[in-house]
Design a binder for this molecule. Structure first.
Ligand SMILES: [Zn+2]
Length: 183
């Protein structure tokens, strides 16, 4: 019965909407994981419609700027025929880095929703907070923690698998060396 969602509180409805779009960002993140990319996904939403989506492609493209947010922002700007992403909301599974926050500010994105924090390079509260810096000519309204656990679980299971794979490879190398001593 608890799953039967009936709610008239606009605040909760907003949260439900945020979770729905974050779910779409998670779909992008899992596409990245299948490609062996760190699983981060993003979507840009305007008037209830997804106008840009992207997932991290750094390894595939050998391009350090191909973060999920950058790809989604480019797509949204192309769809709108404008570099100003007015009235858009960017959903991303991981707290944006300095480059992506730079792009969010340059694109005048008014609203950002992200899943989990990135304590190493996050620029929306972790190591910097670009969202409210008065030296920039644009402020970004931020909601964090939407489906945060799922976003963070996807990252940790990816890195866990990566470590296991590395360990297996190392083990195979040792075994090969034992079989062929002196080589
Ligand atoms: Zn980034």
């Amino acid at each position: 019965m608890a799953r039967h969602f009936k709610n008239t509180d606009p605040a909760d409805l907003g949260d439900m909407q945020d979770r729905g779009y974050m779910q779409e960002a998670l779909v992008e993140a899992s596409t990245a994981a299948r490609l062996g990319e760190v699983p981060v996904g993003a979507v840009v939403v305007k008037d209830g419609e997804i106008i840009g989506r992207g997932h991290n492609l750094r390894e595939t493209s050998n391009d350090p700027t191909t973060h999920a947010e950058m790809i989604a922002i480019r797509q949204a700007a192309a769809a709108l025929g404008s570099w100003r992403l007015i009235d858009c909301t960017l959903y991303v599974t991981l707290e944006p880095c300095v480059m992506c926050m730079g792009a969010i500010i340059l694109a005048r994105v008014p609203t950002l929703v992200y899943g989990c924090r990135d304590p190493r390079v996050g620029a929306v509260g972790s190591i910097y907070d670009f969202s409210q810096d008065e030296r920039f000519n644009h402020r970004v309204a931020v909601t964090e923690g939407v489906l945060g656990q799922q976003c963070s679980d996807m990252l940790s299971s990816f890195f866990r698998q990566l470590r296991a794979e590395k360990k297996r490879r190392k083990q195979r190398t040792i075994e090969n060396n034992q079989e062929n001593p002196g080589e």
